[in-house]
Design a protein around this ligand. Structure first.
Ligand SMILES: Cc1cc2nc3c(=O)[nH]c(=O)nc-3n(C[C@H](O)[C@H](O)[C@H](O)COP(=O)(O)OP(=O)(O)OC[C@H]3O[C@@H](n4cnc5c(N)ncnc54)[C@H](O)[C@@H]3O)c2cc1C
Length: 269
């Protein structure tokens, strides 16, 4: 049963409360934590809110964007430097949820949610994690695949803004908008001299956490970005995913359609 809700005013205060309150859980926007609480849980008895801890805001400098972990999706959508993310953000839940849901919280939600995490993997984003005594910087793809320590707080995320037109995003769900992912594909693809020189692909909805599609990236690099090569590369995705059954789709269906949506994200057809 919930005993305490604390709203610390700084990161050090947040760490102090996490250490003091037994069984405390961080809450940011609460769009995942509150449904768990409302359903009845003994996983935690205290909530420590990040709302006033000074962890929100967006700074763009020299082509690098740094985003506080408690920044909401609506705030991301309002940032002109992040216009390329608009197509991804507008597929995430509803405007009401996006007013509360944070970029930090999206890293730790159960799949098939975590569309923004797939984007961050494609962007090669890093996360800064503080445990109260030290900070470390981890690639998002590693962070989402591991468990945070009990005192760990993600404080910010950072990535280089991709060159115009290089960010690609496709999400397949049961509805066009406001639906959980059957599969989410995010990619950053650079082409020079007619071939793919660099690419990073993040996938959501097709494994326990958002994953990087390294096999697809390897198959694509060095080849022209056309339908034939995109299809051949996308066929390698079965090495990168571990699809699951849920109420949105079966594992079989997710495996079947993942290469199709990777191809569509890469070449638009
Ligand atoms: C109706 C509905 C529809 C949704 N649709 C989508 C969708 O289409 N796509 C999608 O991607 N998501 C979807 N979501 C999920 C939602 O986007 C995520 O729940 C949201 O990003 C989580 O952020 P939050 O701030 O609300 O997290 P919270 O609920 O506050 O926290 C989630 C988890 O993250 C931890 N946490 C939060 N911040 C930090 C931090 N800085 N450091 C360490 N741990 C932290 C919390 O302790 C908790 O375990 C939906 C949710 C709802 C309720």
């Amino acid at each position: 049963m919930l005993q305490t809700v604390a709203t610390p005013g700084s990161l050090p205060e947040t760490h102090a409360l996490l250490s003091k309150l037994d069984g405390a859980r961080l809450i940011a926007g609460g769009t995942a934590v509150m449904p768990t609480l409302n359903a009845g849980t003994d996983e935690f008895s205290s909530l420590v809110s990040l709302r006033a801890a000074g962890l929100s805001g967006i700074v763009v400098k020299d082509g690098v964007v740094t985003i506080g972990a408690a920044t909401t999706m609506t705030e991301l959508a309002d940032e002109p430097a992040l216009a390329f993310l608009q197509s991804a953000l507008e597929t995430i839940a509803s405007p009401t949820i996006r007013n509360m849901a944070t970029i930090g919280g999206n890293l730790f939600v159960k799949q098939p949610y975590g569309d923004l995490s797939a984007c961050l993997i494609a962007l090669g984003a890093t996360a800064t994690v503080s445990d109260g005594t030290a900070t470390r910087i981890e690639p998002v793809e590693k962070l989402v695949a591991s468990r945070l320590g009990p005192k760990d707080i993600v404080t910010q995320l950072a990535f280089s803004i991709p060159s115009p037109g290089s960010f690609k995003f496709v999400k397949a769900g049961r509805k066009a908008l406001n639906a959980a992912a059957i599969v989410t594909v995010a990619a950053v693809v650079s082409v020079s001299d007619g071939v793919v020189s660099q690419c990073r692909i993040g996938l959501g909805g097709v494994a326990e956490c958002a994953v990087r599609a390294r096999s697809v990236e390897e198959a694509l690099t060095g080849n022209p970005l056309d339908r034939t090569h995109a299809e051949q590369a996308a066929a390698k995705a079965d090495r990168d995913i571990e699809p699951f059954d849920d109420s949105h789709a079966s594992a079989w269906y997710r495996a079947r359609v993942t290469p199709v949506h990777i191809r569509r994200a890469l070449v638009g057809e």
